[in-house]
Design a protein around this ligand. Structure first.
Ligand code: ADP
Ligand code: ZN
Length: 697
């Protein structure tokens, strides 16, 4: 070895090999160390992957590393998680590194932020001291000081902290006992508790147990913005031990959390990217709302945060708990095979019954002259009754915009986005046609083909809002959907919470995480847009959305009500919700369908997503690739086929779907697939057009 120290490093690039470097004399690095390298003429922060490597094939080309990066090393557990993700999701370790360690993170810890707050508290107090007694100025200064004190107490872990204690109900205590027994057996567990059953209190009990044993806690949620109540609850209990982490957070906040996780006891509440924090000594990992699609990243690496959290927990020997009121079929499968324990809570903490459900058949109502615009007379009456009783109403409409599409009254054409194969929606506030896929906008005055007059078809949230205001002129009506600016969203949910809004209309965004005590009636208008889509998971998702919506109504003493307007009232989804079919029946029915058609969770699915601006090249190459895959016999190959939306932002899309049996050959099959795809890419010089999506949602 003539004294030369060869190492392999990971660079933050989509490279499927790890380049060799030489350590200069005096530079000491071990696996996980951060080093400065030059790769293909550009400087990078790299991570040492392997040391003590034998001489590589072309030793003359290997460059030296002269300097370490002034960054903390990556731990063995982190590196193992990266490797798992790369192998499982068929991406490169460099791609995982890139998202796991976002560049340019400013380094800061809480002490700097605390010092600033304390300084400004001091300042406020001394100013208040010299202000004249009884003046407005003095009162304002004292009020600001109180706010600062509260903020400080939430950050300063040297101050004593009294958790806000609660006593578990009998049902909660029983569930907790069952969970502990499962963990003793070394099993992960599903806590399958109806909305309002008090899952949060159980997470808190387990988390404080872990902390008291000197171990740390990670709690994942699908979206931070929607977990306000969970955050407040954890904050009240853990105070300065709680760290909130998500990718939209400021760099300073993220670096504060990153720093704390290395040094202090912690409970992190975060979104999927929080799995990449430099965790140490995790004792408990919780995934709340485990069924939620937001755990899946929809760009490379297309990992599922829930599933990676399970791997993270096992790397640390931590307890692993997933919670949901509507568990995914994947998790139910894990319970049925005995891999996970399933613990259910069927009663709500406040003891009230779940909201009553009424299904309204809009086709039948229409025949009876029972419809006024998008509203059935039954729903109108119920809204009126709720409002006069002082209750609030929430209306779900799954589509934003005024009209979901526009049709020409002359030639019958439906206006489509020129860059995407989808109808454009009409937005009344801007008077424009908007594409919800690429954001393209167009004037809405005339048909682009013949100049004829356009007419809206399909009502979106804006139209529902307008009709609501007309039907209930004295009610205070507001709307919350993807068109509501981020800053206004919180304002609207807060005023709804305070009872300053009577009727709130919106998309799925409304369904998650809120607990509004005055909400008595929830309604879904045009619920059919949730079911029967070209997606084998559509029914499962529809039940999740509608159950969550139902859970929003009447969370406290009295039962609320959910009304669903549909033209397919006999659909199994509605039969389940209205209690005509049991949850077990529905689960069995979905499982039977999935098994019969060879869908997950009974199989493993991998989608190859191919994109190109030239449709003929795309068709030709995707056919070629599909036949190569069929020859290689890596599972059953379906396609290429166009997805439901087969052109987005000027790029045509095709899917090749590979289904693999759930057996021990999975890794080998994935390896073959990966090699085949990268050979295909380099042979046709077509790299960058194929995305691999393992376990697509
Ligand atoms: P879930 O997450 O299962 O839907 P939550 O944890 O939000 O349910 O609990 C529902 C409501 O019951 C919340 O308002 C919560 O504060 C309250 N609650 C649950 N458990 C307790 C308890 N042990 N003591 C006091 N309040 C509780
Ligand atoms: Zn478009």
């Amino acid at each position: 070895m003539n004294g030369k120290r060869y190492i392999k490093v990971v660079v933050p690039l989509r490279l499927d090999w790890e380049p060799y470097y030489l350590l200069s004399d005096g530079v000491e690095a071990s696996r996980g160390s951060r080093v400065k390298v030059v790769f293909a003429g550009r400087p990078y922060s790299a991570v040492v992957w392997e040391t003590g490597c034998p001489e590589p094939p072309e030793p003359g080309k290997v460059r030296y590393i002269n300097e370490l990066e002034a960054l903390p090393s990556i731990s063995e557990n982190e590196l193992r998680l990266w490797k798992f993700i790369a192998d499982y999701y068929l991406c490169t370790i460099g791609e995982v590194y890139k998202i796991a360690c976002p560049l340019g993170l400013v380094r800061q810890d809480r002490s700097a932020k605390l010092a600033k707050l304390k300084e400004s508290l001091h300042d406020k107090l001394s100013k208040a001291g010299s202000a004249r007694e009884g003046t407005k100025k003095k009162a304002a200064l004292l009020e600001a000081a109180e706010k600062l004190k509260a903020q400080i107490s939430l950050l300063d872990d040297t101050l004593p902290w009294e958790p806000v204690q609660t006593k578990l109900s009998k049902a909660q205590a029983e569930a907790l006992g069952a969970l502990r027994r499962a963990f003793l057996d070394g099993k992960p567990a599903l806590l399958d508790g109806v909305t309002g059953s008090g899952k949060t209190e159980i997470y808190i009990t387990l988390a404080s147990e872990a902390l008291s044993q000197g171990r740390n806690v990670l709690i994942l949620v699908p979206e931070i913005a929607l977990s306000g109540q969970l955050e407040a609850r954890l904050q009240a209990y853990f105070g300065p031990r709680l760290y909130v982490y998500h990718s939209a957070e400021t760099e300073v906040q993220r670096s504060i959390v990153t720093d704390a996780v290395r040094k202090k006891p912690y409970v992190v509440l975060g979104t999927r990217s929080a799995i990449f924090l430099p965790h140490n000594n995790l004792g408990l990992v919780v995934v709340d709302e485990e069924h939620d699609g937001a755990y899946k990243q929809d760009s490379s690496p297309r990992y599922n945060g829930r599933d990676c959290a399970a791997v993270l927990a096992s790397l640390h020997g931590a307890r692993f708990l997933v919670g949901s009121a509507t568990p995914s079929l994947e998790t139910i499968f894990n319970c049925n095979t005995g891999k996970y324990a399933r613990i259910s809570i069927t009663e709500r903490y406040y003891g009230s019954a779940a909201a009553k459900v009424e299904i309204i058949d809009t086709t039948a109502e229409f025949r009876k002259n029972g419809m006024v615009g998008n509203f059935s007379r039954k729903l109108i009456a119920q809204i009126g009754k709720t409002l006069s009783g002082g209750g609030q109403v929430l209306i779900l409409r799954a589509r934003r915009a005024y009209s979901t599409s526009m049709q020409c009254t002359q030639c019958g054409e439906i206006v489509k986005c020129p860059r995407c194969n989808v109808p454009m929606s009409f937005h009344k506030d801007s008077g424009k046609l908007v594409c919800h896929y690429c954001g393209a906008r167009k004037p809405s005055d005339a048909c682009p083909s013949c100049g004829g007059e356009l007419r809206g078809i399909g009502s979106g949230t804006q139209k529902i809002e307008e009709e609501t205001a007309r039907l209930f002129p004295s009610a205070r009506v507001a709307r919350l959907d993807g068109d509501t600016p981020g800053t206004a969203r919180q304002e609207i949910t807060e005023s709804f919470g305070k009872g300053e809004i009577d009727i709130l209309i919106g998309t799925q965004m409304l369904v998650k995480g809120f607990d509004f005590p005055g909400l008595k009636l929830v309604a879904a208008i045009g619920a059919d847009s949730l079911i029967g889509l070209m997606d084998f998971r559509a029914d499962e998702k529809a039940v999740q959305v509608l159950s969550q919506l139902r859970g929003r109504a009447g969370r406290r003493e009295d039962a609320g009500m959910l009304m669903i307007q549909t033209s397919q009232s006999a659909h199994p989804v509605y039969r389940l919700l209205s209690g005509l079919a049991s949850a077990v029946d529905f689960e069995n029915e979905l499982n039977a369908q999935r098994q019969a058609f060879g869908y997950p969770p009974f199989t493993r699915m991998i989608d190859l997503i191919l994109q190109d601006s030239f449709d003929r090249r795309l068709d030709y190459l995707s056919l070629q690739l599909a036949s190569r895959l069929k020859e290689a016999a890596t599972g059953s190959v379906l396609g290429p086929f166009p997805p439901q939306i087969d052109k987005i932002a000027g790029k045509f899309i095709r899917i090749i779907r590979i289904t693999l049996p759930r057996d021990g050959r999975l890794m080998a099959a994935k390896h073959t697939l990966r090699t085949l795809v990268s050979d295909f890419e380099s042979f046709h010089k077509w790299s960058g057009h194929i995305a691999i999506d393992v376990d697509p949602l």
